[in-house]
Write a protein that binds this ligand. Structure first.
Ligand SMILES: *Cc1c(COP(=O)(O)O)cnc(C)c1O
Length: 442
């Protein structure tokens, strides 16, 4: 049996780190050719490091695995202008869920026709921005949106839309990130007929062109089965729509949710197998239903940016209680709310110096005023870990900074890109001046 606390015998396990990671001697970790300790020195901590090569390589992996599909990066995992530029450069499209994400992407010249707008509750501004910037498709997620969108498009206008359906499939790493079932807020259910009803209403709106069905099962899914089941349910619905309305839909969007390993040894979704099996299932289901095979769309977020990011913190305090050792760092739930939200686990490690002291089991906590402000419970760090040390948390690229908050007014960390031995600032640290300047009352 393997345990999480197995002593390391062959040096540090870098399997969840970016491919460019090197450790010429213990603790001297470089990513993209830049020592992490140097980045901490130059930009301060907490700091998020993003390996541009790793992001690009992951985009290429998707393009290679899904050559006939349209791959949309889910911007909510992490977005900044450079990220949008890399995604555009690698030939991917973008999935956004607000006017903010959309405006930012278009501001660097991201082709709007390669952007899809999502959202279970789109604001008037979201829809107005999407139409003004001419996004490729808008994914309808509630019945009331149909008339609103049709009115906004106007009688002479035209907009491609998809419908987000709930296939009734439970999948995903945690209850709060499962979106394929009937008891959550996203999408329109096939089981109760809401999806079919909405589709009939869309077909009554000549300015809305329904191009396909969309579903997104959830996040951190590591098994192929839910995706194959989703294909069958979606094609089943497409067959009924064909019977009822003579409708032939050219696209099918299976969303994202592709699981990644956060700690060495954890499973990840096998993308090559996913591509092969989904293609086979789609072909077979469509043949049985007598339908042409629609073009596949997928929307990975986490699997593109998660493993490309590393969070670097300074240790501020080490506190030993009877049962535990708490190692407190200079960030926490304001830059990474995921442990508090979903109970996820990370494998932080000491960087910047070599310690010959035997590992001890500690709990890494943040600096925020909540007992739940935890980064990593029961992890091994060298027994002499002390204030001033640097800790690095790998797989920190997705749903950290995009979910960062202003809690305790510590300011959100900067993002530094590394590539070919060079580090450059992409997003600067949020300053007290930034925080004060928004506060216009008194
Ligand atoms: C969040 C989301 C994604 C991406 O999910 P990941 O788990 O990051 O791959 C894709 N599509 C939709 C509609 C989403 O809401």
């Amino acid at each position: 049996m393997t345990t999480l606390h197995e002593p390391m015998v062959t040096g540090p396990d870098l399997s969840v780190w970016p491919a460019s990671t090197e450790e010429p001697h213990t603790g001297a970790v470089t990513v993209g050719g830049v020592p992490l300790a140097e980045i901490a020195d130059r930009f301060g901590t907490p700091v998020y490091v993003l390996d541009e090569g790793e992001v690009r390589e992951r985009c290429r992996t998707y393009r290679d695995a899904f050559p006939d599909a349209e791959v949309l990066y889910a911007a909510k995992a992490f977005l900044c202008r450079a990220m949008a530029d890399w995604i555009a450069g690698e030939g991917l499209g973008l999935d956004v869920c607000s006017a903010g994400e959309l405006e930012l992407a278009v501001s660097i010249g991201f082709p709007p026709e390669r952007i899809v707008l999502h959202g279970n509750a789109k604001s008037p501004r979201d829809l107005e921005t999407a139409l003004r910037l001419a996004v490729g498709r808008i994914v309808i997620d509630s019945p009331s949106e149909i008339a609103r969108l049709a009115a906004a498009v106007g009688p002479g206008g035209h907009q491609k839309v998809m419908v987000r359906v709930v296939p009734g499939i439970s999948a995903g790493g945690h209850e709060k990130i499962r979106t394929g079932t009937d008891d959550q807020k996203f999408g329109l259910s096939i089981a109760d007929g809401y999806a079919q009803h909405a589709i009939a209403r869309i077909l009554d709106q000549p300015q809305l062109e329904l191009t396909g069905l969309h579903c997104h099962l959830g996040s951190q899914i590591t098994s192929l089965k839910p995706y194959l089941a989703a294909v069958r349910r979606m094609v089943g619905l497409m067959a009924r729509l064909h019977e009822q309305h003579g409708l032939v839909l050219p696209e099918i969007d299976l969303g994202g949710g592709h699981g990644i390993a956060y700690r060495p040894g954890e499973p990840a979704l096998d993308l090559t197998a996913l591509a092969r099996r989904v293609r086979a299932e789609l072909t077979e289901s469509c043949t049985v239903a007598g339908l042409p095979v629609p073009r596949l769309i997928i929307e990975p977020g986490r699997a593109i940016v998660g493993p490309a990011g590393i969070a670097v913190y300074h240790v501020l305090a080490v506190k030993r209680t009877r049962d535990r050792t708490f190692v407190a760092v200079d960030g926490g739930m304001s830059d990474n709310p995921r442990p508090a939200l979903y109970g996820v686990r990370y494998a932080p490690r000491l960087i910047g110096r070599h310690s010959a002291v035997a590992p001890a089991v500690v709990t890494v906590v943040g600096r925020h005023c909540e007992a739940g402000d935890l980064l990593a419970a029961d992890v091994e760090l060298p027994g002499d870990v002390r204030p001033g040390d640097l800790l690095a948390v790998p797989v920190a690229g997705a749903y950290h900074l995009s979910m960062a908050s202003g809690y305790n007014m510590v300011g959100r960390p900067p993002v530094v890109a590394v590539r070919d031995g060079l580090a450059r600032l992409l997003v600067r640290r949020e300053s007290l001046g930034d925080i004060r300047s928004r506060d216009v009352g008194l």
